[in-house]
Write a protein of this length. Sequence first.
Length: 289
Amino acid sequence: MVVVTGQNKVSGNPDDAMSSSDAEDDFQEPATPTATQAGQSLPLLPQQFPEVVPLNVGGMCFTTRLSTLRRYEDTMLAAMFSGRHYIPTDAEGRYFIDRDGTYFGDILNFLRSGDLPPRERVRSVYKEAQYYSIGPLLDCLEDVQPLKGEKVRQAFLGLMPYYKDQLERIIEIAKLRAMQRKARFAKLKVCVFKEEMPITPYECPHFNSLRFERSESETKLFEHHCEVDVSFGPWEAVADVYDLLHCIVTDLSDRGITVDHQCIGVCDKHLINHYYCKRPIYEFKITWW
């Protein structure tokens, strides 16, 4: 048997001699570092979890059973603690979830026993349930107030496809006027009308006949735009003008905008014969600070 050492000559200058293994080492790609070598690298999967799981959710600590986190298969929590994904731990060995933990206790209470949060926390818990993809909790929350009422409200607002655009228009106009005038607040005129046709109290008996029997030329005479900044309407529903005003003020308030409004009259524009536009005009006051 012949043993070849690193001192055996192969060919050429002795200084150039090397073993075949040495040559391979010169061109070999570095091995993939292990978790210990890399420091920041993730450990090999699958990850094992204890039966009782300590959690750190955005700095808030919780403890629950592994079976609770896996209660529903199609949720983010079940996937996170399935063993297929790596969950980092804090200095105390708690599994860390980089999420605000304010409402995580409500999430756990539902997973444990199906408990729902108090009404004042329903909207916030709903957002967390969306993040963790907990379908059963989302279904339950959508069937209680205030989310159930919100469904009804959105069904009404769905009759006005440009509702959100008009809200943005109110905000932009008010902001521009306040900045131009260097003022704390801005005022604008908003028309909110349910009926497309003009109505005057003393002509109501004639209104329906005019509405359905008018000619094309008469129709054009009734078409006009009130001299306001933003208009909402018309729509066909039981909900009236005051209901839509409530929606407008509520949605602006939810965005942190302080708004006051009052009716300052009607359009009163002359249209044809003795018919005048009677759409109500409201003054909106947007206070910025």
